[in-house]
Design a protein around this ligand. Structure first.
Ligand code: IVH
Length: 772
C-alpha cells in the first residue's frame, strides 16, 4: 500500500497519521535502544521517521512531548550550539580494587615527596551515575549551561538546565568569584525514574533502560518545557574557570557551593589515608540501594587544592583523583554461539552471542570472550550456561561456565585459523594472545573497521556518515581509504546517483556533503587518533599532539623514527637476558679489529677480553649469539650502528607515551602504503589545527630541560610534569639542543655532557627561581 504524500494530508488526517507513526517509532525505539533487537532495517526506520518529521514540519502545532521530533536520537542534526569549555572537563582514572586504591595514595605521596608519616587528606564522594554539566555564573547570574561533550566542546543546554530546581538562577550568599563555572552531575532520582517509566509504559510511550539514559535523554531535549517536566536533579562537586581563588581545599569548595544555593552530596567524607577511603567505599557499597539515586563507585580527591595543582594532570585525567568502581554485576544465561569479529588491526575477537539477559538494568545480548586462550582456559562451549558480568560502561564479559548445567553433547570450541571475512590465514606472532588476520590491505573487514574508526565520534566525527552508509559506500567501491570520503563530497556524478536513490534523497546528500566539508579542518590530536594506529589511543594522540604541536613536526618525527628502526638483530640482542641498555652501550663502544687478537682463547674468554667489565649474564647472552671472533665483532657492530634513531627514543620518552606506542608509530610510517594513504588524506584537508600549546608566556616555554642527580624539593616526576605544564620539553639526555641541565647532588655523566656542549647548568633552587 502506498502512503498518501505528506503535502496532500488534511490536518485531521495528519493527526491520525502522526499518532500511528509515533506509536510505531516508539515501538522500534524500544526494541533498538532498550532491547537491542531491531525488527526493521535502519533504512525503513529512517523512512518512518522522515515521514513523521515532515508531518510535524507541515503542522508545527502537532508537536508534543511524545512526538517523533522530540525523541532522543531524533534525526535532527546539531540541535544545540557548541560550547567550548575554557577549562576542559576531565574524566577520571579508575581503580577496581583496594590495591589500586593504595597504589593511588602511594603514588601521590611519592609524587609530592611527602615524608612517610605525613597524612594526606582526601574527600571521598559518591560517584553519581548521571551526566556532567558545567554552569557558568557571571556576577552571580547563570549565563550558560553546557554538557560535557568530548571534554573540550559540549552542547549549549542553558535553557534546559534552567528548568532544574536544584540549579540556582542566581547565586545566594556572598564570596563567589565574579566568574565561576560550577560543575556537577545531572541525574534522576530512582523513585522518580521508576514512576516515569511506569506511566510511560501504561500510556504506550517510550521507556528508558536506566536513570542515566533517562537523564541524558531528558536534558538533550529541543523543547525546554519537556525537560521541565522531567524529575532531574543536580549535585555540585567541581568547578572549571574561576576569576578568583575561592577555597583552599575541596571540602571548603563544597561548603561554598552549599552556601551559594547548590545541592552538595551529604555522603561525602574527609579521611586521611587509604584505609579511610576504603571504609567510606564499603559503607557506600552497603547503603547503595537506599541512597535514592544510582552511584557506580566512589571518587577520591586530594583535599588540598595547592597539592591538586602540584599533582596536575596526565592527558585527560587528574593525578589527584580516582574513581573507585563498584564490582561488576553478574547474571547467568546460555551461550548461543560465538561470532568472530575482525578488528581494524586484524585481530580476531571472539564475541559471545547470548540468550538475552538483564544485568544491572541493561539487556545484554553479547559479551566479549577476549581471545582464544581465554576460551580454552575457561573451556567455554557453545550451549553452555555461562556467568557474565557487567561493570559500568565496560563491555560485558564472560566470567565462567556453570559446569553442572553442561550438556553431554557440548564439544570444546575450536578457534578458527583463517579470517572469517577474507579467508587469509590468521596467525599469532611471538607471545601475542591475539590471532591476527594476515589479509592486511585486502581484508574487507579491516578496511571497513579502519574507516569506521576514522569517521567515529572521537576521530573525524563525520555527521551523516554512519556505519551503515560507510559499509554501503565501501561495497560500491566508492570508499576504500579516508581520502575517498573527501573525494566523494566533490564527486558530482556519485552524489547525483545518491540523490536519485530511494532512502537517500536531496536532504541526506546535502547533509552528508556538509558533514564531510565541515571536517576538512581538524585538530591535530583527532587526526593522529583517526589513523587507527595500533597502540595509539586517544590519550596517546593527545600527548603526541601536545609534544609536537603541529602536523609537520609530528610527521617529520614519525618518518625519521620509521627510517631509523632498529634491525631485527639489534632487537634480538637488546632483549637477550642480561643485556641492559648499559650493556648495549658497552658493546657499541668496543672497537674490535678484523683479526682475532686471542686466537687460542676459548669463546667465553674472548668475550670477556673484548668487553672488559661485562657481568656474567651479559657474557653468557653474547656466547649464545656469537660462535667465533667474527660473530663477536658483528654483535658490537650491530649494537653500534643498527639501533633505533634518537627520534624513536624522543617519542618513547614523552610522558605517558612509552616505547610500545613509539614503536607502533614508527612501524606504521615505515609501511609505504600507510604513508601514501596519509598523504592522500592530508592533501584533502584544508587545515590541521596545531595543538594547543600548554604555555608560551613562561620563562621556560619552548626550552628543553634535562634533570639529573638527586632532586631535594620534588620528585623527578613532579619536576618533569611541572616543567611540561610550563611549556618546556623534558628530555632524558643532554645534547647541544638542551637549554638547561638541572643538576642535583650526585650528578654524573650528564653534567659532563652539559659542560662539553656548553649547556647552562642550574641547581634545583636556581631552577625554582627561574620558574617562580
Ligand atoms: S570529579 C577532574 N566527582 O564521573 C574531576 N566526577 O568518570 C572531574 N562523576 O565525568 C570529575 N560523580 O561525570 C567527579 N563526585 C564526583 C562525581 C563525578 C560522578 C562523573 C563525572 C565525570 C565522570 C568521570
Amino acid at each position: 500500500m502506498s502512503e498518501p504524500a505528506v503535502d496532500t494530508l488534511t490536518e485531521a488526517e495528519a493527526v491520525a497519521e502522526l499518532a500511528r507513526l509515533s506509536t510505531e517509532l516508539a515501538h522500534h525505539d524500544a526494541l533498538y535502544h532498550t532491547e537491542d533487537a531491531p525488527e526493521i532495517s535502519d533504512a525503513d526506520y529512517d523512512a518512518l521517521k522522515r515521514r513523521a518529521l515532515a508531518i510535524e514540519a507541515r503542522f508545527p502545532t502537532l508537536t508534543t512531548e511524545t512526538s517523533p521530533s522530540q525523541a532522543v536520537g531524533a534525526a535532527v542534526s546539531t540541535q544545540f550550539a557548541p560550547v567550548r569549555h575554557g577549562v576542559p572537563m576531565l574524566s577520571l582514572d579508575n581503580a577496581f580494587d583496594e590495591d589500586e586504591v593504595r597504589d593511588f595514595v602511594a603514588r601521590i605521596a611519592r609524587f609530592l615527596k611527602l615524608p612517610v608519616d605525613e597524612p594526606i587528606a582526601f574527600i571521598a564522594e559518591p560517584k553519581i551515575d548521571g551526566l556532567s554539566a558545567s554552569l557558568r555564573y557571571e556576577d552571580g547570574v547563570l549565563v550558560q549551561g553546557a554538557t560535557r561533550g568530548d571534554g573540550k566542546t559540549g552542547e549549549d543546554v542553558t535553557e534546559n538546565l534552567k528548568t532544574l530546581d536544584s540549579i540556582p538562577r542566581t547565586l545566594s550568599g556572598t564570596g563567589w568569584p565574579r566568574v565561576i563555572e560550577i560543575r556537577g552531575e545531572v541525574y534522576a532520582p530512582t523513585d522518580a525514574f521508576d514512576a516515569f517509566n511506569a506511566a510511560a509504559e501504561a500510556e504506550g510511550r517510550r521507556t528508558y533502560a536506566n536513570p542515566r539514559n533517562f537523564a541524558a535523554g531528558s536534558l538533550r531535549q529541543k523543547n525546554p518545557k519537556i525537560t521541565a517536566g522531567r524529575p532531574l536533579t543536580f549535585f555540585a562537586y567541581a568547578w572549571g574557570e574561576v576569576s578568583e581563588v575561592f577555597a583552599g581545599t575541596q571540602a571548603e569548595a563544597l561548603e561554598a557551593f552549599r552556601a551559594w544555593g547548590f545541592q552538595v552530596n551529604d555522603r561525602s567524607r574527609r579521611v586521611e589515608d587509604a584505609a579511610g577511603l576504603i571504609d567510606v567505599y564499603r559503607q557506600l557499597e552497603t547503603d547503595r540501594a537506599t541512597l535514592g539515586y544510582d552511584i557506580d563507585g566512589v571518587v577520591y580527591k586530594v583535599d588540598r587544592l595547592d597539592w591538586q595543582q602540584r599533582l596536575g594532570f596526565i592527558a585527560r585525567s587528574p593525578r589527584w583523583a580516582i574513581a573507585h568502581k563498584f564490582p561488576a554485576q553478574q547474571a547467568t544465561t546460555v551461550l548461543e554461539g560465538i561470532d568472530i569479529q575482525v578488528g581494524r588491526t586484524g585481530s580476531l575477537t571472539p564475541v559471545a552471542r547470548l540468550h538475552p539477559v538483564t544485568v544491572g538494568g541493561v539487556v545484554v545480548r553479547n559479551a566479549t570472550l577476549h581471545n582464544e586462550d581465554e576460551i580454552a582456559r575457561k573451556d567455554v562451549r557453545i550451549g553452555d550456561t555461562v556467568t557474565l558480568q557487567r561493570a559500568g560502561d565496560v563491555i560485558p564479559q564472560i566470567v565462567g561456565v556453570v559446569l553442572d548445567r553442561r550438556s553431554p553433547e557440548a564439544v570444546p570450541y575450536v578457534f578458527p585459523t583463517h579470517c572469517p571475512v577474507c579467508g587469509s590465514e590468521a596467525v599469532r606472532e611471538g607471545d601475542e594472545v591475539r590471532r591476527r588476520c594476515t589479509g592486511g590491505l585486502i581484508c574487507d573487514a579491516q578496511i571497513v573497521e579502519r574507516l569506521k574508526h576514522f569517521v567515529g565520534r572521537r576521530a573525524f566525527d563525520i555527521e551523516g556518515l554512519g556505519e551503515k552508509q560507510l559499509i554501503a559506500f565501501h561495497e560500491r567501491g566508492w570508499i576504500r581509504e579516508p581520502a575517498d570520503i573527501f573525494r566523494l563530497a566533490r564527486d558530482e556524478t556519485r552524489l547525483s546517483i545518491l540523490r536519485n536513490e530511494d532512502g537517500y534523497g536531496e536532504t541526506s546528500v546535502r547533509n552528508l556533503v556538509a558533514g564531510i566539508q565541515a571536517r576538512r579542518t581538524i585538530a591535530l590530536d583527532r587526526l593522529i587518533f583517526s589513523l587507527g594506529i595500533r597502540d595509539i589511543g586517544e590519550q596517546t594522540s593527545l600527548l603526541l599532539s601536545r609534544h609536537f604541536g603541529s602536523w609537520a613536526a609530528f610527521q617529520a618525527a614519525c618518518l625519521e623514527a620509521a627510517s631509523g628502526l632498529p634491525s631485527p638483530e639489534w632487537t634480538q640482542l637488546s632483549v637477550a637476558h642480561g643485556v641492559s641498555p648499559r650493556v648495549m652501550a658497552a658493546l657499541a663502544e668496543a672497537r674490535l679489529g678484523d683479526a682475532d687478537p686471542w686466537p687460542d682463547a676459548p669463546l667465553d674468554q674472548k668475550i670477556a677480553l673484548a668487553f672488559p667489565g661485562l657481568a656474567a649474564p651479559a657474557r653468557r647472552a653474547i656466547a649464545t649469539l656469537a660462535t667465533d671472533w667474527n660473530g663477536i665483532r658483528r654483535l658490537a657492530q650491530v649494537a653500534r650502528t643498527e639501533g633505533p634513531s634518537a627520534t624513536l627514543g624522543e617519542i618513547a620518552g614523552i610522558t605517558g607515551v612509552g616505547p610500545v606506542a613509539a614503536r607502533a608509530l614508527a612501524d606504521f610510517f615505515h609501511e609505504p602504503h600507510n604513508r601514501t594513504v596519509v598523504e592522500a588524506l592530508i592533501a584533502e584537508l584544508d587545515k590541521v589545527e596545531d595543538a594547543e600549546r600548554p604555555k608560551s608566556d613562561t620563562p621556560v616555554a619552548g626550552k628543553t630541560v634535562v634533570f639529573t642527580g638527586a632532586l631535594e624539593r620534588f620528585t623527578r616526576d613532579e619536576a618533569k610534569a611541572r616543567a611540561e605544564s610550563l611549556g618546556a620539553k623534558v628530555s632524558g639526555s643532554v645534547s647541544k639542543k638542551t637549554d638547561y641541565l638541572v643538576a642535583g647532588p650526585g650528578a654524573g655523566s650528564k653534567l659532563a655532557d652539559a659542560q662539553k656542549h656548553g649547556v647552562k647548568v642550574l641547581t634545583e633552587d636556581e631552577w625554582l627561581a627561574l620558574i617562580a
